[in-house]
Design a protein around this ligand. Structure first.
Ligand code: ADP
Length: 357
């Protein structure tokens, strides 16, 4: 089951909201004109402004406030009865209320946007910083056995190049190569277990709520990039059981990848759709984008560590995401989007399944 709101296109939603505002403003105008000067119905324009702040841009909101002020003055001119002096005072009060409300909501909105931008920024920095530290330490550790392999390889070539070839020495060099290669592979295995982090702290949680929380952090980033976000979260999900923070990390990473994939696409075509649903004993989250998509030959590499197509990418986001999801008892996979782009899905066990085990 999906919530109805999500089936209405954003353009229609916007038009409906504008129409509703128009009707409310007309009603206030009629009430203000028809009632006597002593009734300051125009203060109700402040309600329209408060509602409009989420719908209109800064400029449009200021224009709306000006329209409300003009309508207040026009009402006064057409009001047929009452004490004109009270009418003038009430008009003054209404106009001050409209101006103050507009000023305050614009301030609040600016603060909200700044906070969201800062959060999104932090999220990106946290990802890059932890990845930077991780790659530096991995590069450092793996470099040693690799350098030793090169030295032994060169020695081996020299022993084999002698007349007659010194097979004994060459065999010893090969043994060293094998043992160093084993050491490098052990380091990678250790890093893999490290990036899995601590064992997950599993608990029951409201999956949609956790998703909305983490999406809120990247919303400003999406707005800045002109990305349309469509949320289709199933309203009747059971509780999930997993490490909520880790699951949120995965969502953050997949969403940031989707944002990256949308950058080369023309702005009007940028959209991200996030859906949640129950499938058997799991909740499945899907993040679809209309981005550049994934070439067929790339699928098998997506979840490999250090595999990236981005100039500044590190290529560990998806490998860590897979490790996290698997440690939490789920699976993660990618597919081609219905209308181009890519879809990343992952599953998380539902709480009742845990009880049955
Ligand atoms: P990074 O983001 O540092 O490249 P990831 O492991 O998160 O590392 O992603 C690996 C690669 O997978 C990316 O470089 C990109 O080629 C591909 N990829 C991930 N998400 C998407 C997506 N939504 N659309 C297209 N390609 C993607």
């Amino acid at each position: 089951m999906r919530t109805d709101r999500m089936h209405i296109s954003p353009r229609i939603q916007f038009s409906l909201k504008l129409a509703l505002m128009g009707v409310v403003m007309a009603a206030i105008f009629v009430a203000d004109t028809a009632t006597s000067y002593e009734v300051a119905a125009a203060v109700f324009y402040t309600v329209v402004i408060l509602t409009a702040v989420r719908v209109l841009s800064r400029r449009a909101l200021i224009a709306l406030a000006v329209i409300c002020i003009v309508m207040t003055a026009v009402s006064l001119a057409f009001t047929p009865h009452g004490n004109l002096r009270s009418g003038l005072i009430n008009m003054g009060i209404s106009i001050v209320a409209i101006v103050m409300t507009t000023y305050l909501v614009l301030k609040m909105e600016a603060a909200r946007t700044a906070a969201h931008e800062a959060q999104a920024h932090l999220m990106r920095i946290a990802r890059v910083k932890s990845m930077e530290a991780l790659t530096t330490s991995i590069a450092h550790e793996v470099n040693q056995p690799l350098a030793a392999i090169v030295t032994s390889g060169n020695a081996c070539q020299r022993w084999l190049g002698q007349e007659p070839p010194n097979l004994d020495k060459a065999r010893q060099a090969l043994d060293r190569i094998l043992s160093d290669a084993g050491r490098a592979s052990n380091i990678i295995a250790r890093v893999r277990s490290l990036t899995r982090g601590e064992p997950p702290h599993k608990s029951k949680f409201d999956f949609n709520k956790a998703i909305l929380e983490i999406i809120a952090l990247s919303q400003a980033e999406m707005e800045r990039n002109g990305i349309r976000l469509v949320m289709e979260l199933s309203p009747d999900l059971p509780l999930a059981i997993a490490d909520q923070i880790q699951i949120q990390q995965v969502v953050g990473n997949v969403v940031l990848n989707a944002i990256d994939a949308l950058a080369p696409v023309p702005a009007p075509m940028r959209s991200i759709r996030i859906t949640s649903e129950t499938r058997g004993n799991a909740i499945v989250l899907a993040v679809s984008d209309t981005g550049i998509g994934i070439p067929a030959e790339v699928y098998e590499h997506l979840f490999e560590a250090f595999w990236t197509t981005k100039e500044e990418g590190i290529g560990v986001g998806l490998s860590i995401s897979r490790a996290i999801i698997e440690a939490n008892g789920g699976q993660i996979w990618a597919a081609r989007g219905e209308h181009g782009g890519a879809v990343f899905r992952f599953s998380v066990p539902i709480a009742s399944q845990e009880k049955r085990q």
